[in-house]
Write a protein that binds this ligand. Structure first.
Ligand SMILES: [Zn+2]
Length: 151
């Protein structure tokens, strides 16, 4: 009986050794396939991050934006930490700081999966102090008919 069990173990080990390379290949092949939900989450996360990075760069290049505001999606899927950040204003080159301790320049850029995956928050620009005054006629480019501007 003991001899029989030993043979069975040896036989089992022999089959495992023989099949292991094939089994490992199958496991690796499965890992390369993403579920549609995971693929969508990755795509959303990366698009939001790129969108907000581009938006912030536009704020910077405009020369008239002095600060940015975090706008949360405000529904039942919004993270509590992002609800807390809603309408938080920081300087254009400053980071938002979540109550989780994560920080970064905007939505999708806080640097942790818990804060960034599928974030749907947005940024709003705060214009500099002199931007809210009406442009004077001296600021209107030459060649523009003032009468047409007033109509
Ligand atoms: Zn968010």
């Amino acid at each position: 009986m003991a001899v029989h069990q030993e043979k069975a173990v040896q036989s089992s080990r022999g089959r495992l050794k023989h099949r292991r390379p094939d089994a490992n290949r199958r496991v690796r092949a499965r890992r390369r396939v993403l579920s549609p939900g995971k693929a969508e989450a990755i795509a959303r996360t990366q698009v939001i991050k790129a969108y907000n990075q581009g938006l912030e760069e536009g704020f910077r290049q405009s020369g008239v934006v002095s600060a940015k505001v975090w706008l949360a999606a405000l529904d039942d899927r919004t993270r509590p930490t992002h609800l807390e950040l809603h309408e938080t204003q920081v300087g254009l080159d400053e980071d938002f700081v979540s109550s989780s301790g994560a920080s970064g320049p905007g939505p999708g850029q806080l640097g942790t999966a818990e804060e960034d995956i599928s974030c749907r928050c947005a940024l709003e620009a705060i214009l500099g102090d002199d931007s809210d005054s009406e442009p004077s006629f001296e600021e209107i480019p030459s060649g523009v008919n003032e009468t047409e501007v007033l109509e």
